[in-house]
Write a protein that binds this ligand. Structure first.
Ligand SMILES: Nc1ncnc2c1ncn2[C@@H]1O[C@H](COP(=O)(O)OP(=O)(O)OP(=O)(O)O)[C@@H](O)[C@H]1O
Length: 166
């Protein structure tokens, strides 16, 4: 993660209000401010202020978020450094958009895979790389194996096996 030395770094991303508010007929009022050039989020109504390793504003692109959050971690993983990235936030806050994205605005996972395979291709170190992946959803404390061809309701059996392998 660019310029961040800590082992755990927390990044905030503000999402544009419009699409979600239009669908849910909720307020589009912006309640937080990010002072220019700072990585602090202020809420003057509720009078709190939080600082982060980085704050991405509503205009931040998927590429900018990936470059800051994930690029170095993916490259580090090839050198044997374990890493984990997760999104946390209330429903509709943009976790799926940030982590998965869509065809027009690819998120961290497709960009990380692209970066990973490009990096492997660019390494002429005689190492035989092997890549495997799991894709699991945990919803209300039930694990779902999203890659299973035959997901049982809840997908627990396969999900448990995958968890055990970790
Ligand atoms: N930074 C963003 N720029 C543009 N659209 C965004 C952004 N963040 C979220 N959205 C849009 O807002 C909507 C809700 O976002 P998303 O589905 O990612 O939320 P979520 O946190 O995954 O919600 P849930 O927890 O309910 O699954 C989607 O239509 C998404 O495309």
């Amino acid at each position: 993660m660019a310029d961040v030395q800590e082992r755990i770094a927390v990044v905030a991303r503000l999402r544009p209000a419009a699409s979600c508010a239009l669908v849910r007929h909720t307020s589009t009022e912006v309640v937080v401010q990010v002072p220019r050039g700072s990585d602090t989020v202020n809420n003057q109504v509720e009078e709190y202020s939080f600082s982060f390793a980085k704050v991405f504003g509503t205009e931040a692109t998927q590429r900018e978020v990936f470059d800051f959050v994930a690029k170095d971690l993916v490259r580090g993983a090839l050198d044997g450094i374990n890493c984990s990235i997760f999104a946390y936030g209330q429903t509709g806050s943009g976790k799926t958009h940030t982590i998965c994205g869509d065809h027009q605005a690819r998120g961290i996972i497709p960009r990380a895979l692209n970066c990973l395979f490009n990096a492997i291709e660019g390494r002429h170190d005689g190492v035989d790389y092997s890549v495997s992946l799991s894709f699991i959803e945990v919803y209300k404390e039930v694990g779902y194996d999203l890659l299973s061809k035959d997901p049982s309701p809840g997908g627990l059996a396969h999900g448990e096996r995958l968890f055990a392998e970790w």
